[in-house]
Design a protein around this ligand. Structure first.
Ligand code: GLC
Length: 553
């Protein structure tokens, strides 16, 4: 593949920023963020340097699962604005070089969706077969995604005396993917938002979506994803599919479409995210190194989406029970900081006791790993959670813009806010955009710098991962290698300074190492051996620069 022009596969070197309209910026001061508010913040996002905005669900919804319970796939929640406001955001973002992708939540609908309302009315409803009904729950019932909140994935409907399936909450009945009409509706929904200018979709709960109902043979369930990707390519030359697939690597590869690709373009790396926290808890990068070593190469054109935190619980479901316990003890010692027996409801900075060295080391790592970094709003300023809000809501508090009323998010009275602000050391008084904008040493400026660095180093997004041995146990040394260039990165997971030897293999005589976060240049001997120092929780990015290298970035 010729990769001098990387624009067609923009997602391979994008910086994605996820936000929820309702908690980002409130323009009409009713306490709920809105599209008009976001439109006023596009310049902030452009200045931060992100290149792709991922909008969490903004569709009409009873809002019993933060909008992931949709009652109209084509609508806009009237609290947030209308289609005109939506198009203004897309247009303004595009003008500033930012693409917009939107959440596609089609594994289920809300039980208030007109399809389900009709389906429930009678077994003869035209929409009955849009959902999954059984006289009795199957013998091998699959476990619920929300243990402690749901007991079963089958709910009895007394009116028509059958059970319907809901892998998530009982107010989220599963759509029947085996019904061709349902597939057509999903494709039509995709076509609709593409026509309004979006550049792709973050597909919710993909493995559940394509799984055929119990006892139904659909042939290869991946056919649907392939069809969806083909449809996308026909309608738009540059739209991407980013999938939520929290499965072991080997299974994730199938969701890229195997080695040939043709399904999802991007998938979150849930495995390495979980290993990262285990490594942080142990001050030892081995677990992360193992995960990265096991991470399969992606097919041409596809990419891993790297992330540290998202809007859900920090799931630790892929760790062993003992490992999960270690992470719980280190980062969520209190029961109220945990949820579903598998996850943590905190943001990163409070988990790391606000230690700026450790926090920066983690984000340096995020932006240096091969793949596409994804930020959750507020990470760039180090927002904390509000532990008074139960469950996943703790990390879904309003964006903190200033130290003024409601953190500058809304001028309404605090009691009317869509979610309460965090208190203590993480309140808007301490953590806000305005303060950090004016402080060159702030986390915001640091993240902004990382984003710039990532954007002028396309080898990171396009590169193959390399892992190197070091002489210091606490240090992760990895590299990215691509025809666009080569870079090595070192991260110290310990609280002590270290001096370490790294060997990257033979290089051409005259090859230099250029520090990408400072002025230092070092000669590398032909055997590719180098000794480096790292501060406590320190990190370095070094470009391997062969003789005659003309890059300036
Ligand atoms: C995904 C979302 C989560 C939501 C669930 C059901 O896992 O990330 O927030 O609750 O799907 O739609």
């Amino acid at each position: 593949m010729n990769i001098t022009d990387t624009s067609d596969l923009w997602w391979k070197s994008a910086v994605v920023y996820c936000l929820d309209i309702e908690t980002y910026m409130d323009d009409n001061n009713d306490g709920v963020g809105d599209f008009a508010g976001l439109a006023r913040r596009i310049d902030y996002l452009a200045d931060l340097g992100i290149t792709c905005l991922w909008l969490m669900p903004f569709y009409p919804s009873p809002d019993r699962d933060d909008g992931y319970d949709i009652s109209d796939f084509y609508g806009i929640d009237p609290r947030l604005g209308n289609h005109g406001d939506f198009v203004e955001v897309i247009r303004t973002a595009k003008d500033r070089g930012i693409r917009v992708i939107v959440d596609l939540v089609v594994n289920h609908t809300s039980d208030k969706h007109p399809w389900f309302v009709s389906a429930k009315r009678s077994r003869d409803s035209f929409y009955r077969d849009f959902y999954v009904w059984r006289d009795e729950p199957p013998a091998n019932e699959q476990p619920t995604v929300f243990p402690g909140e749901e007991a079963s994935v089958w709910e009895h409907d007394p009116r028509t005396d059958q059970y319907f399936q809901h892998v998530f909450y009982k107010h989220q009945p599963d759509l029947n993917i085996a019904n061709p009409r349902v597939r057509d509706e999903i494709v039509k929904t995709v076509g609709f938002w593409l026509a309004l200018g979006v550049s792709g979709f973050r597909i919710d709960a993909v493995p559940f979506l394509i799984e055929p109902p119990d006892g139904v043979d659909l042939g290869d369930p991946h056919d649907f994803l392939r069809d969806l990707k083909r449809f996308l390519q026909r309608r738009s030359s540059d739209a991407a599919l980013l999938g939520e697939v929290n499965l072991p690597f080997a299974e994730q590869l199938d969701f890229f479409g195997g080695e040939r690709g043709g399904e999802l373009d991007l998938q979150f790396d849930f495995m390495s995210m979980q290993a990262l926290y285990l490594s942080l808890a142990r001050s030892d990068p081995s677990a992360l190194r193992e995960s990265l070593a096991a991470r399969p190469a992606v097919p041409d054109g596809a990419a891993w989406a790297n992330f540290v935190r998202n809007h859900d619980e920090l799931t630790l479901d892929k760790l062993s029970d003992a490992e999960r316990e270690e992470v719980f003890e280190a980062f969520a010692p209190e029961e109220y900081q945990r949820v579903y027996g598998r996850g943590i409801t905190r943001r990163l900075p409070p988990m790391l006791d606000g230690d700026p060295r450790r926090i920066r080391m983690v984000y340096s790592l995020l932006f240096s790993l091969p793949g596409t970094p994804v930020l959750f709003y507020g990470e760039e300023i180090g927002m904390g959670e509000n532990s008074d809000v139960p469950g996943r809501g703790a990390v879904r508090t309003p964006m903190q813009w200033t130290d003024g009323k409601n953190g500058g998010f809304s001028q309404t009275s605090p009691g009317r806010l869509v979610a309460p602000m965090p208190g203590d050391g993480y309140s808007p008084e301490h953590v806000n955009v305005l303060k950090q904008r004016n402080d060159p040493d702030s986390l915001l400026q640091f993240i902004r710098h990382l984003i710039r660095r990532y954007r002028v180093s396309p080898e990171i997004g396009w590169g193959e991962l390399e892992l190197f041995e070091t002489s210091a146990d606490g240090v992760l040394a990895h590299g990215v290698l691509s025809p666009l260039g080569r870079m090595i990165a070192l991260h110290n997971f310990t609280a002590v300074p270290v001096r370490t030897r790294v060997e990257i293999g033979a290089v051409e005589e005259g090859t230099m190492l250029l520090d990408l976060h400072g002025p230092e240049r070092m000669a590398l001997d032909v055997s590719g051996r180098v000794e480096l120092e790292l501060a406590p929780y320190g990190f370095r990015w070094l470009r391997v620069s062969p003789p005659g290298d003309t890059r300036i970035g």
